[in-house]
Design a protein around this ligand. Structure first.
Ligand SMILES: [Zn+2]
Length: 362
């Protein structure tokens, strides 16, 4: 394999190919343990744009590893072949699962987390909010916070990957390197109607929206905050057939009354959550098509999420949580007078377990 050179002349040797995506191929590095190389496909990127973006990212004070835990697969060196920029070096991410594997309420999660209790969901929510807060503190917008870009390991670790798609502004030159990709069901209302995402702009507020969707799914048994069952016989209008119309119109049945819609039966009651967590969701999801833009600034920030989750995430003995008298795996907030997990089915619809949302239902 040919040698590649880093920004300051360090020689890198590519090893085994780990995988290929739309933009590039990732290889192990033989002489730099714990690191991998991403080599861009020749056809997909404006190489000089990506060089400036990656160089900007490397110049920012982001530490991929904090408290000995990898948190973000942040670029660490540029890669050249001869004088040509071809890719970059980043940490190897050993965390094997997408975050979806902890929100899914099914036998797949059982296999990975045989001791799963709701405390796991809290821990992942807490750690995810922490890393988003850390990036926001450093002026970085994640942008495409889809489930594939949030990786987890069995021990509570949360790692953000695919950092070269983040929305970055060079702090010195103010050059903007936009995020132009995103999964519609994770996007804030202001990004739903822009057509191509290159016409919109990701912000900390749009990250706060996506973060709240992750946290809702984690804490509420994989429920989509904008999913609902239809309770009126009214014929659906065309806009309701659009799976993301609920996000555009702010139809979150947990935080406001949405005519004709209700929470699906398998979802635990929203008031199972402590009041301050319910309020954090209300600040983010209680809007309408008319107020969405105005209320974007009110969304619960990553820092606020981290703070409100701390009460539930703190170590044992945790006075904010209690255990069901019938099932030791049922752990829930202490204000509940009965176990919210005994009241909901153990496994829900297989379609949901696969993370798919029906067009009209949940
Ligand atoms: Zn129970």
């Amino acid at each position: 394999m040919d040698d590649y050179r880093g920004k300051n002349g360090k020689i890198y040797k590519l090893g085994k190919k780990l995988g290929a995506g739309g933009e590039g191929t990732v290889y192990m590095l033989e002489n730099s343990s714990g690191h991998v190389a991403k080599i861009f496909h020749e056809s997909t990127k404006d190489a000089d744009f990506m060089r400036r973006k990656i160089e900007t990212m490397i110049s920012m004070p982001i530490r991929p590893v904090i408290d000995n835990i990898l948190r973000v697969a942040w670029p660490e060196d540029l890669l050249y072949k001869g004088s040509e920029f071809v890719g970059y070096v980043m940490p190897y991410v050993s965390a094997p699962y997408e975050i979806f594997y902890v929100y899914r309420d099914d036998s797949e999660r059982e296999k990975i987390f045989p001791k799963y209790t709701w405390k796991y969901s809290i821990q992942y929510a807490y750690n995810l909010s922490w890393v988003v807060w850390y990036l926001h503190m450093n002026g970085i917008v994640v942008g495409d916070m889809n489930m594939k870009n949030v990786r987890i390991s069995e021990n509570g670790q949360v790692v953000l990957i695919d950092c070269d798609s983040f929305d970055i502004v060079n702090p010195k030159t103010r050059e903007h390197f936009p995020c132009t990709v995103g999964l519609p069901e994770m996007l804030a209302p202001e990004l739903q109607s822009v057509g191509s995402l290159s016409n919109g702009r990701f912000t900390k507020e749009s990250d706060n929206f996506s973060l709240a969707i992750h946290i809702f799914r984690l804490l509420m048994k994989n429920a989509d905050p904008f999913g609902a069952k239809l309770i009126s016989k009214k014929k659906s209008s065309k806009s309701e057939v659009n799976a993301n119309a609920a996000i555009i119109n702010g139809e979150c049945v947990y935080v406001r009354n949405v005519p004709g819609k209700a929470a699906p039966d398998w979802v635990p009651p929203f008031d199972m959550l402590p009041e301050e967590i319910r309020n954090a969701f209300r600040k983010t999801f209680n809007y309408t098509a008319l107020t969405a833009l105005k209320k974007a600034k009110e969304r619960t920030t990553a820092e606020e999420w981290n703070r409100v989750l701390l009460g539930l995430a703190q170590k044992e003995p945790n006075r904010n949580l209690t255990v069901c008298s019938k099932n030791k795996k049922h752990i829930y907030p202490v204000h509940n007078t009965k176990c919210p997990w005994c009241g909901t089915a153990t496994l829900h619809d297989a379609r949901l377990a696969k993370g798919l949302r029906g067009l009209l239902g949940y």
